[in-house]
Structures are given as structure tokens and as C-alpha cells.
Design a protein around this ligand. Structure first.
Ligand code: GLA
Length: 704
């Protein structure tokens, strides 16, 4: 719902539970007035009469720019042809088209137009924002900063929550007090990065179930930046979008550029609600809609079993075992192409290695299909090993500066996707691969960050556009491939979970969460992940991490069932009794995966805060659910009971909880809960220093 109050020059954007209000201030500046819970009447919202106007500096600008007395971190910085860097934007007009509001602003002297675009997703409680910059003049305009949005939050005590980490420890949730000054979260790695994720949540003493939380995410898989700025007497300013670090972009006459979309939301019911809003929004809006509601298949990936030593025979052996335990998709990872015997060589040579697969991939794919499974393949199209034919033939395709080193990481260099030849090469080899083979799944990897980011054949003034065009062309490639091969499911991977964001999620059906598959470490990674992203995209494998016997098989499965289940263990190491446990667990997962992948999620216990981990899932129709509990193995001396109280049930409905209650009211489950006895069903002795226990508890509504 979008309203414009003409008498007050104010726009009111309302979603089911939230409102976002701003208006035309004097001098045609656009100022934000309110963001938060939806109020009852239009006149309830603050307007410029309530608003403490100040003339000495600009704050609360709907788009903060370098120009005039604007001290909020900037969204837009320009330099005009004559060296002027002071951007003066004035409101000109607006248009409302159903749920889309566009506000046209102009720097009249230089004919530079900025369109502020708002997409109000009412039932999702999300507002999407982006900006479009158009050069309407005859001269070039240089952009030195082009972020998507500035937003303002109440000036009260609050905390910043964000996801950070590193390789193998992604998406760890952090929380800190927002204090005066500026806090920066960013990526300068050329990809989304494992160091931080383009997500923020600011809470006002909120818990899982109560309290105000403001949140936002950037749909961009390149360099991004979020700044949180607190200043005495001012509302907290959050500015988010593409990183201005090493960025510039030349707009020629009549050219335009569109910023990444940022998704903004508010929950007055704490973090659970925030996550549920995001999960549903991703599933119904962000992810490719042709597949977002489809059940994800149980996959087997041979990487941890065979690493680079893939052959037709060893893959067939694994495929047979995988099919026997109930796997539905068999994926061959790295090592099937070029001279790829280690990570020293072969990247870029995307032809089948005839020593390993003498008759191509067809015999293996046919065999996998005959076992009733789909076939999937790993690729890393953005990279090249210097020891490859591709590099030998096209040394100028890589990202680098002349007269500077080309430093390798994992023995590889980055192909410059900003170049049309590179983009065309990737589209061509991927199209050939996907049309010549019956491939239903692609794991698209990207295993090194950017540095030495030169694009030397461009004019000097355009060279920094590499950051923008690399990511834009990556999206174009995925868009083309999805369109050409609608039957293929795509997974985004970047040394684990370093490319997880709303930008890639427009094209990717799922993501590889982390190379760390330890079922205990994973709890912290998966918990952090669940704040911002849904469980369907979160791929989790059962592996031999830490050694085959480091954890009971069930414990590993229960940890990996919290998302889309995969198996990465070397199945050759397991006895038939053990493989029967795999089979039972996969069958259990198939039974509950619709609830886990498509339902609502409630975090009951946090490994970090409560020692143990528990998540409850509820189907979309709220009629059935499942609760997964994982005991912390380090807490061997806990012999008592853990009480788990359910969430989100109908108080007066009757439920049955498998193994606990044949009949119990929703109210009782939410207040009394169930008691998990840690002395029962323990897989290892209670006297052992590692004491594992885990449970999957199903429940359903049986009446009113
Ligand atoms: C990355 C990925 C792994 C695997 C290897 C293959 O590290 O995260 O899952 O695909 O590359 O080289």
C-alpha cells in the first residue's frame, strides 16, 4: 500500500505490519520521517511539523549524497566534467504503479537524474529499495560511490547483529552495542566473502520472541558495504549497497546504471519473526521461482571420498552404494576435466579427462540414471590455472595489472568476467557441457578472492568498473544458463559459503554452506545462517570429518538434516550395518524434509548460548512439525533433563508428539514442553569424555 498525502507532501508505505514514511522537505529535499511498526491512522505518523528541523546539517536524507552539509555516510558521490563534486538533488516528480513508487530527483544544472525506487511487498513485510542514476547531459559523469539506500532507525540503545567468519567458519552470529561513531561491515574480496555477509539486524533489546528488530540485506555478490552510524541526537543511519572502495563508474551521455536491490524489514516480535519473514520472502520472491518450492533432492558428492582422483570406475562404485541408501542425485566434484590431478593444473580446460573417463561422462551418467539418480557436476568457470591450455592461449584474460605480479592462490588466477570474450567463453563451454550430457545439477565454485584487480585494456577512467561488470556479467551468465537449461538445479559455492547473498540467490537454488562439515562446528555455522537465510538453500553433508568414528552416524545426520541433506562420506569405508543406518536416516529425512525445507523455523536452543542446539520446524499449514535436538558433546557431565518448549502452535489444538505424548494441547507444549532425558539413548557411554545425543521428534495436530 502506497499513499501520498498531498497536503503534507508525505508518502506512507505500508506493509502488513510495518510502515515507512518520508516526504518532501523544504528546498525539495526528501527526508525520512519514520520506519517501524504500522500505526493506526495516517495522521499518527510524524510529519514535518513534528519533525525537529535543523538547518546546520543534513540528516535523515532518503538518499545521502556527497553535497551540501550531508554528514551521513554517502550513497552517491559524483564528479562532474568540470571538477565539481557537490551533488545537489531536488525532488521533481513521482509515480505510483501498484506497489512500486518511483521518485525522480534531479541535479538540474548538470542534468543528472536519480530515481529512488521502492517496491512494497505488503504481505511479506519487506520493502525493496534501489536507485537508478541517469546521465541526461552531454558530458560524462563520474560516479565515485553508488550505494542503494540510506535508512534511519530510532535513536535509542540498540545492538548490531551480523554474520562474520572465515573459510570453514562462515556465518557466525555476532552482536555488539551500537555506540557513537561509525561501524563498517564490508567485502573488498570481489565476491560476497566469508569474512562478513551483506546482512545486518539492529535490535532494541530483542530476544528470539520479543522486541523490535530492523534488518536489511544487499543483493550483491561483489564488493559490498554496510555502515552503521550513530551521532548524538540523531537517528541511527544505516547505509548499504556496493562498496565505494576502489570503485568508480563513468556514465556517458544518456547512460544509466541501476544499483543492487536492498531488502529492508522490521519485526516487533524478535529474531524468530525476522528470520521467518526473510525465509518466506526468499522462497517466494528472491529465489528462482520455477524451483523454489520444489523439494531438494538428497545428494551424494564424491569430493571428500575421492578428491581429484575421480575415475569412471570409482564413481560407479560410489554411485551404486549411494543409490542403495536412498540418494537421489549423484554429484562428481572437482577432477573430471583437463589435466586435473591436483589443484596445480587444469582449471579452464573444461573438456573431459580421457584418462579418467575414457568414453566421456556418458557411461557414468547412464549408469547413475539407471540406478534411478540424477547426475550432477562441479565446475569453477571463473578461474584458470596458469598450467592450462586456456591460460597458455589467453594469458590476457586474467585479472591483473601490467608490470605487477600475478599472484596465485590455490595455484589459480581469476578470469576477468568483465570482458565480453570471457563471458562468452563461459556461456559457450557451459552450454556445450549441459547440452551434450544429461546433467541435472551444477555446483558452481569460486575459490579465490580478488586482488591485483587490473583491467588494463580499458581506458584508465573505466578500469575500476571491473568490480561492477564482473558481478553483473556473472549474473548475466547464470541468467542465460538458467533460461537455456531450466531442468538444471544450480548450487553456489565459494570455498564453502563465501558467496551467499540475495544477488546470487536470484539465480541459485541452493548454496554450499561451509567446507566445514563437522556436525558440532556446523551448529554454530548453521545457526548463524538461519538468521538471514532459509534452510532449503542450506546444503549440509554427512561426512567422515574428524574421522569416521568421531561422531555417531545418527548425530551427523541429525545435524545435516537441518537443511538440504547431502552425503559426502566415503561410503566404501562403511560396513553394510552402518550403511543401513545411513539408509534409515535418509528415509527419515525424506519423511520430514518438506517441513524442514518449506516450513517455518523456530530456534529453541543455541549451542553458543545454551550449550545445546535445538530447532523446531513447522509446516506451512502449521499442522505438523519436527524438532531436532543436538546435545553438545563437550558437555559430558550434563546428566539432567533438558526442557524444550514448543513455539508457534495453536494453543487450543490437540497434538501428538512421537515418543512423548499421544495427546496434548498446543498450550501445554508451549508452556510445559517436553523433557529430553540425556541419560537415555546415548550413543556413547556417559562416562566417555564425549557424550553425544541427538533426537528427531515428530509431532502433528490431531484435532481441536
Ligand atoms: C572448494 C569447495 C569444495 C570442493 C573443492 C574442490 O573448496 O568448497 O566443496 O568442491 O573446492 O576443489
Amino acid at each position: 500500500m502506497i499513499k501520498f498525502l498531498e497536503d503534507k507532501n508525505i508518502w506512507i508505505l505500508e506493509t502488513a505490519n510495518t510502515a515507512y514514511v518520508f516526504g518532501i522537505w523544504k528546498d525539495d529535499h526528501i527526508k525520512n520521517l519514520y520506519w517501524g511498526k504500522k500505526l493506526i491512522f495516517d495522521y499518527d505518523y510524524p510529519d514535518f511539523i513534528d519533525y525537529p528541523l535543523r538547518d546546520f546539517w543534513l540528516w535523515d536524507e532518503e538518499i545521502s549524497v556527497r553535497g551540501e552539509a550531508n554528514f551521513v555516510d554517502h550513497c552517491i558521490k559524483v564528479e562532474y566534467f568540470d571538477g565539481v563534486r557537490d551533488l545537489n538533488l531536488k525532488y521533481k516528480k513521482h509515480s505510483i504503479n501498484e506497489n512500486i513508487l518511483e521518485i525522480f530527483m534531479l541535479d538540474e544544472y548538470y542534468n543528472f537524474e536519480i530515481i529512488l525506487s521502492y517496491n512494497v511487498l505488503e504481505s511479506f513485510d519487506i520493502i525493496e529499495r534501489k536507485i537508478i542514476a541517469k546521465n541526461l547531459s552531454d558530458n560524462k559523469i563520474k560516479l565515485e560511490d553508488f550505494k542503494s539506500s540510506s535508512v534511519y532507525l530510532p535513536a535509542k540503545d540498540c545492538n548490531l547483529n551480523y554474520l562474520t567468519g572465515m573459510w570453514a567458519h562462515e556465518s557466525r552470529l555476532q552482536k555488539e552495542v551500537v555506540s557513537e561513531g561509525k561501524r563498517v561491515l564490508e567485502s573488498r574480496h570481489g565476491h560476497t566473502s566469508a569474512f562478513a555477509n551483506p546482512f545486518f539486524a539492529i535490535d532494541y533489546n530483542a530476544s528470539e520472541d520479543y522486541g523490535d528488530v530492523y534488518f536489511g540485506l544487499i543483493a550483491w555478490s561483489g564488493n559490498w558495504k554496510i555502515t552503521v552510524q550513530k551521532q548524538m541526537y540523531e537517528r541511527i543511519a544505516v547505509v548499504l549497497g556496493m562498496n565505494e572502495w576502489d570503485f568508480s563508474f563513468i556514465l556517458d551521455s544518456n547512460e544509466f546504471i541501476e544499483s543492487p536491490v536492498v531488502s529492508l524489514g522490521f519485526s516487533e516480535d524478535g529474531f524468530t519473526k525476522m528470520s521467518q519473514i526473510l525465509h518466506r520472502y526468499q522462497m517466494d520472491n528472491v529465489m528462482p521461482q520455477d524451483k523454489s518450492h520444489e523439494i531438494r533432492k538428497v545428494l551424494y558428492n564424491s569430493w571428500e571420498a575421492t578428491t581429484f582422483n575421480v575415475t569412471e570406475d570409482n564413481q560407479k562404485l560410489l554411485a551404486k552404494k549411494a543409490a542403495d541408501i536412498g540418494v537421489e542425485l549423484f554429484v562428481v566434484d572437482d577432477g573430471w576435466f583437463g589435466k586435473r590431478y591436483s589443484d596445480n593444473a587444469g582449471l579452464g580446460d573444461w573438456y573431459i579427462n580421457k584418462e579418467k573417463f575414457p568414453n566421456g561422462l556418458k557411461p557414468l551418467i547412464d549408469y547413475v540414471n539407471s540406478l534411478g539418480m540424477d547426475f550432477g557436476l562441479w565446475v569453477e568457470p571463473e578461474m584458470v590455472n596458469p598450467d592450462s591450455d586456456l591460460y597458455r592461449n589467453n594469458p590476457d584474460w586474467v585479472v591483473s595489472f601490467p608490470n605487477r605480479p600475478r599472484t596465485e592462490k590455490r595455484n589459480q588466477l581469476i578470469l576477468n568476467l568483465a570482458k565480453t570474450e570471457v563471458k562468452d567463453f563461459i556461456i559457450k563451454f557451459m552450454s556445450d557441457l549441459l547440452s551434450e550430457n544429461n546433467i541435472k545439477f551444477i555446483k558452481w565454485d569460486m575459490n579465490r578472492p580478488f586482488y591485483e584487480s587490473g583491467w588494463s585494456e580499458k581506458n584508465i577512467e573505466n578500469q575500476r568498473e571491473i568490480w561492477y561488470y564482473y558481478t553483473k556479467n556473472l549474473y548475466d551468465i547464470w541468467e542465460i544458463l538458467r533460461e537455456k537449461f531450466p531442468h538444471v538445479t544450480f548450487e553456489s559455492c565459494s570455498s564453502g559459503g563465501a558467496r551467499v547473498d540475495h544477488g546470487i540467490l536470484k539465480y541459485a537454488d541452493q548454496v554450499w554452506t561451509s567446507d566445514n562439515t563437522d556436525p558440532f562446528d556446523r551448529q554454530v555455522i548453521q545457526e548463524g545462517f538461519s538468521y538471514a537465510y532459509n534452510s532449503k538453500i542450506m546444503v549440509c553433508w554427512v561426512t567422515d570429518w574428524g574421522g569416521k568414528n568421531a561422531y555417531p552416524i545418527e548425530y551427523r545426520f541429525h545435524s545435516a538434516m537441518m537443511g538440504t541433506l547431502g552425503i559426502g562420506a566415503d561410503l566404501n569405508k562403511y560396513s553394510s550395518e552402518e550403511l543401513n543406518i545411513f539408509k534409515d536416516q535418509i528415509s527419515l529425512y525424506k519423511d520430514i524434509r518438506n517441513i524442514i525445507q518449506n516450513g517455518y523455523q523456530y530456534r529453541l536452543l543455541s549451542t553458543k548460548k545454551d550449550n545445546h542446539y535445538a530447532i523446531q520446524y513447522l509446516s506451512r499449514d502449521k499442522n505438523e512439525g519436527v524438532l531436532i535436538f543436538l546435545k553438545n558433546p563437550e558437555k559430558a557431565n550434563v546428566f539432567g533433563k533438558i526442557i524444550l518448549t514448543f513455539k508457534g502452535l495453536e494453543a487450543s489444538s490437540i497434538y501428538c508428539v512421537e515418543g512423548y505424548y499421544e495427546k496434548i494441547s498446543g498450550l501445554a507444549l508451549m508452556k510445559k514442553g517436553i523433557a529430553i532425558d540425556l541419560r537415555k539413548n546415548i550413543a556413547f557411554s556417559v562416562l566417555s569424555s564425549k557424550h553425544f545425543d541427538s533426537k528427531v521428534i515428530k509431532f502433528k495436530k490431531i484435532g481441536k
